[in-house]
Ligand binder design. Structure first.
Ligand SMILES: [Zn+2]
Length: 431
């Protein structure tokens, strides 16, 4: 398949990958504006009135409203983000920002997270427009900046400063769900109905500075290291929520097994178990260490960063438990905190997503899942909007898709994007 032969959805995804919108966090990012201008032009071509908002110059958020057939019904938000996590080109088999097409796949940073879905959203609207059709209800299409750094210049600011963009909306659809995994050899779709909460913590240990040759008990590095080891090795217990209990029950049915151990059931999903197992418990991963400035000086303080993801609503309990684990001498600072979400796997929109997937891939089970990470749905929830992860992709059994998120050689089959665009278009027609 050459670039000229690409279907529209893959061509748009490729174009978006070729804008390097890397986001390193803490305000350091290549601006989203070129990608935002590109999607704005495509939306304008559909006759839509496009609005933009920049929290900082270049960090562009985009919004347009598509009139539906029934304007009395609440609107549906379709949203994507335009930024990506950085890529170290030397580690990749291809240039991560070239949008190469090879072996029937589109390669590049953002192919999966989430320029592929951005393209599916636009090409679905454009297919309806070409056919002279309207979505069943109003659709608010939004492309956010800065998702990969928590949305400070993206969804969080847009929700605070442009809430009118979402007037009348009750539900939202976006990334990290709706894709297929193999469960006991059977293609199964994971529909995301919740996200864990997030606590980014800094642990600080204080001691007394001294010469590196001293007999010295009060060493901040030693105290901090002990705390980090304890946190990193804590086996957090499985705690099932409504979503994960339902997910594991469906896995039991699909595999026709009597197995009851949650981790063993999660393992039926093969490589995708890394997402499933993380949804069953709290995780506390040390991700950074800072201490010292000279090989022969014992520093008087040391710091560690811990990425904590808790089940929705358990943040305070987990914080207390972590303080117990590390002891009172370690000071814990919450750097970033964000809520968890969980919504029932039920209702008209869920039924419609399940039905439309079933029409396009008959007989494949669709099961609910809770996501370990977070999305812009957290910010939208502050406006009372219930969000789902539904970026539908029918994927080949041998593709380790969950490993593609923020991974090396991120890629997506072109035919999976075409599948997703068809599912999404039918959902907009009929939900
Ligand atoms: Zn993403």
């Amino acid at each position: 398949m050459t670039v000229a032969e690409l279907p529209e959805v893959a061509r748009i995804a490729r174009d978006l990958i070729r804008f390097d919108t890397s986001n390193w966090g803490e305000g350091r990012a290549n601006p989203e504006r070129p990608a935002a201008d590109y999607v704005s032009a495509l939306l304008s071509n559909l006759g839509l009135d496009v609005q933009t908002f920049e929290a900082e110059p270049g960090r562009t958020n985009v919004c347009a409203r598509v009139e539906g057939r029934d304007r009395d019904r609440p609107a549906l938000v379709l949203h994507g983000h335009l930024d990506v996590v950085p890529a170290v080109a030397a580690d990749w088999s291809v240039d991560p920002f070239a949008g190469e097409v090879r072996d029937g796949m589109l390669w590049g940073r953002g192919a999966v997270d989430m320029k592929g879905m951005d393209a599916m959203i636009i090409s679905s609207l454009s297919e309806l427009h070409r056919a002279g059709e309207k979505p069943s209800r109003d659709v608010i299409v939004t492309f956010f900046a800065d998702e990969e750094a928590g949305g400070e210049r993206g969804s969080a600011r847009v929700v605070a400063e442009r809430p009118e963009w979402f007037a009348g909306a009750t539900e939202a659809i976006s990334e990290v769900g709706g894709y297929s995994v193999e469960v006991a050899g059977r293609r199964t779709y994971l529909l995301q109905v919740g996200e864990k909460a997030l606590l980014w913590l800094r642990l600080s240990a204080r001691g007394v500075a001294a010469h590196g040759s001293a007999v010295h008990a009060d060493n901040a590095v030693t105290a901090l290291a002990e705390a980090v080891v304890k946190i990193g090795r804590t086996p957090w217990p499985v705690q099932l929520t409504g979503t994960t209990a339902a997910l594991l029950e469906r896995f039991r049915q699909i595999a026709q097994t009597d197995e009851t151990d949650p981790d063993a059931l999660a393992a039926l999903a093969g490589p995708a178990q890394r997402f499933i197992r993380a949804s069953l418990r709290t995780t506390t991963n040390p991700t950074g260490l800072t201490a010292g400035y000279k090989h022969n000086v014992i520093p008087d303080h040391a710091e560690a960063l811990i990425d904590v993801r808790t089940l929705p609503g358990t943040e305070d309990d987990v914080l207390a438990a972590i303080q117990d684990i590390v002891g009172d001498d370690i000071e814990i600072t919450t750097v970033t905190r964000d809520i968890g979400l969980e919504t029932p796997f039920a209702g008209d929109l869920v039924d419609a997503m399940v039905r439309v997937l079933g029409e396009h891939d008959p007989g494949a089970p669709v099961v609910p899942y809770l996501m370990g990470g977070g999305t812009d749905n957290k910010a939208l929830s502050r406006l009372g909007i219930v969000g789902y992860g539904f970026a539908p992709l029918r994927l080949p059994a041998d593709l380790d898709f969950t490993g593609m998120f923020h991974g090396v050689d991120e890629r997506v089959p072109v035919e999976s994007l075409v599948f997703g665009q068809r599912v999404l278009t039918d959902l907009l027609r009929s939900n």
